[in-house]
Design a protein around this ligand. Structure first.
Ligand code: HSE
Length: 297
């Protein structure tokens, strides 16, 4: 049996819409092996399809098809600790698990680049799927079916206090809220900040982060779909965050915090308890490893 452990991801990080993402230390862990039938179970209480519409199964089947190998069925045991439909890359993690798991079961016919391309083409969001495979902080784009990416080293110790609400927001709905065209000055606003974000995280120039995560391409439209989202961002900044942004398509919100600020999480927990009871902050850090495949007995 193969076990695949895939990290959560936060795409965009504000200014890097559809192009920047980071892996975080929250995981979906999937066990899989070939079987005579489809046998899918979940040990984490997540609600998942148990038939051939299951995303992990579909991605695994895709790899078998590409490699010209028949697949009768598969036994899949899911432990999905990444909350679903919260902007933390849960579906990307399942896509990556299906691809990497099937590849391992077939004796690794696909190289890593091919799997990065396949994951982005299935998932549609290279800013999620690429850091889910590589770990770390990544810049990634998809052009004519190929991913062009770089994993950018990070300097400076930051933590990601992630405020997760008790409600969902589908990526489809969050993308439908965006305008079809944007003004030239809005494009310049974001591209300058996205470049500043990558440069600032690489060099550890953390004082730039507040400006560097600034965005006018997606967040202003998405906040209307996230009850208390704007207020929470203001509060997170007032509590001392270096920068704040909607995680992925939302609704979770991330406050980037100096790792030396040891009491930020407890202040945030207290604040949410009193003011935003539908939100729970958790402390995450960057996952530096990415997806890991192991053979288990
Ligand atoms: N970059 C994508 C978006 C991520 O913001 O819609 C979706 O997880």
């Amino acid at each position: 049996m193969i076990e695949v452990k895939v990290p959560a991801t936060s795409a965009n990080m504000g200014s890097g819409y559809d192009s920047i993402g980071i892996a975080l230390n929250l995981y979906n862990t999937i066990k899989m092996e070939e079987s005579d039938c489809i046998d899918i179970s979940d040990v984490s209480g997540a609600s998942i399809p148990m038939d051939e519409t299951n995303l992990i199964y579909q991605c695994a089947k895709k790899v078998y098809d590409i490699c010209g190998k028949p697949l009768k069925g598969m036994k899949i045991i899911e432990q999905c600790d990444i909350p679903q439909t919260r902007g933390l890359g849960s579906s990307s993690a399942c896509t990556v698990a299906g691809i990497l798991g099937a590849n391992a079961l077939l004796g690794n016919p696909l190289d890593r680049e091919s799997m990065i391309d396949l994951a982005a083409n299935i998932e549609g969001h290279p800013d999620n799927s690429t850091p889910a495979i590589l770990g770390g902080f990544c810049v990634a784009l998809l052009e004519y079916g190929k991913v062009w990416s770089v994993r950018v080293p990070m300097n400076g110790k930051v933590e990601f206090i992630t405020f997760i609400p008790d409600f969902e927001l589908s990526t489809e709905k969050a993308r439908a809220a965006l305008p079809k065209t944007i003004a030239h000055h809005d494009a310049v606003f974001n591209l300058s900040r996205a470049a500043l974000l990558a440069g600032s995280l690489t060099t550890g120039k953390l004082e730039n982060l507040g400006v560097a995560v600034g965005d006018c391409l997606h967040q202003p439209y998405r906040f209307d779909l996230i009850p208390d989202g704007r207020e929470l961002v203001h509060a997170a900044k007032a509590m001392g965050a270096l920068g704040t942004f909607i995680s992925g398509a939302g609704p979770s919100i991330i406050a980037v915090v100096d790792a030396n600020d040891k009491t930020y999480l407890s202040r945030a927990e207290m604040y949410c308890e009193h003011n935003f009871p539908h939100w729970k902050p958790i402390r995450l850090v960057c996952d530096e490893v990415g997806a890991v495949v192991t053979e288990i007995k």
